[in-house]
Design a binder for this molecule. Structure first.
Ligand code: CA
Length: 359
């Protein structure tokens, strides 16, 4: 049914006879858009790549085909770590990745994905949507001609796979571990050696002992990589990534070229994907963890003493970054203040309920 007929149909109903008929807006655009979205994920990679496919499908469906988005995985059109520049320069209209990949552009970007011992997914969404975080994100990305949206989250990750037990901070000395970003810098300050490896090399490096440990994502993705066959100990919690927000970024000129209704569709599709992805990770991580336990893996918690020292080192690193750059300082101040407020409530709500599990 065409919109005009639908509105006319409502107007002729007896119960609505007194209502003023809505005028058809003559400005409604029929222009079609065909966009490309490059991602930092392997094509169809479980949870991440498939989540991006869902985002593209939502946009195509909600716009009834007026806006088509073609997804390109890492390396299909451009390499993973060139997505930011490609979208910024307008060679493609959209990108999907994680803001901490772009810390070479600005150290402030990583706060919009996650920092070690920072906010979890629930808290990140609250900060971004209701705590001024998204406005700050748009301010930081606007300088690169980009318009960002939250569009996914893995939830809290695992601390990683280790080939020896970690009983004290001394056990991290000399440890060679695949761990990127601020987490890697923290490991270095604790006496370890952080390394970065492409996904394709992680399993073999751990199995052959060329690294002693690795973090990746969580049970769902880690089981898919077979990491339970490469190391015996699986540690939690993922202090280095408590709930990274994933991003959809759009070239600002391309964004401004969209009519308002398509802008609304993109915004809502990103928000729906944000919810969809965290839900999928929750469900599949739970299943995969049971399989990992059943395979004989020793699932352990980091000792509190280890976590406390890693946390101290984390905020030492973050405060140094903030002291060096006023943009980082502005974002970190907002992030830190929001987290402190949120934790006051979290402790007596979500955490208090989770604590009843063991009663
Ligand atoms: Ca990770």
């Amino acid at each position: 049914m065409k919109r005009r007929d639908f509105i006319a149909g409502i107007g002729s109903g007896a119960a609505l006879a007194a209502c003023t008929p809505v005028e058809q807006q003559s400005t409604e655009s029929t222009e079609r858009f065909s966009w490309r979205m490059c991602t930092t994920w392997l094509p169809n990679f479980p949870g991440l790549g498939t989540g991006v496919n869902t985002l593209a499908r939502y946009i195509n469906e909600l716009s009834a085909g007026r806006m088509q988005v073609q997804v390109y995985g890492a390396g299909e059109l451009i390499p993973a770590f060139e997505v930011f520049d490609a979208v910024s320069q307008g060679s493609v209209e959209m990108g999907h990745g994680a803001a901490y990949y772009w810390r070479g552009k600005s150290e402030a970007t990583q706060f919009f994905a996650c920092i070690p011992f920072g906010m979890n997914a629930h808290e990140m969404n609250a900060w971004l949507y209701y705590g001024g975080g998204l406005e700050l994100w748009r301010e930081v990305y606007g300088r690169f001609n980009l318009y960002p949206f939250p569009a996914g989250n893995t939830g809290v990750q695992m601390g990683g796979w280790f080939n020896k037990p970690i009983n004290s901070i001394a056990d991290l000395r000399g440890l060679k571990m695949r761990i990127p970003g601020i987490g890697g810098e923290v490991l270095r300050r604790a006496g370890g050696t952080p390394v970065n490896l492409p996904l394709s090399e992680i399993f073999t490096a751990l199995q052959t002992g060329s690294i002693d440990a690795t973090e990746w994502v969580g049970p769902y993705n880690d089981l898919a990589l077979g990491l339970n066959n490469a190391a015996q100990y699986y540690y939690y919690p993922g202090w280095q990534e408590p709930g990274p927000t994933l991003e959809c970024m759009i070239n600002l000129d391309a964004w401004n070229s969209l009519p308002e209704d398509l802008q609304a569709i993109v915004r809502i599709a990103c928000q729906a994907t944000n919810m969809d992805m965290i839900s999928e990770f929750m469900a599949r991580n739970a299943n995969s963890l049971e399989q990992i336990r059943a395979s004989g893996t020793d699932v352990r918690a980091f000792p509190n003493e280890v976590l406390a020292e890693l946390k101290r080192l984390t905020f030492e690193v973050v405060e140094e970054l903030a002291a060096e750059d006023p943009v980082v300082d502005k974002v970190w101040t907002s992030y830190r203040d929001f987290m402190q407020h949120a934790r006051g409530w979290q402790l007596i709500s979500e955490q208090a309920i989770l604590n009843t599990t063991s009663l």
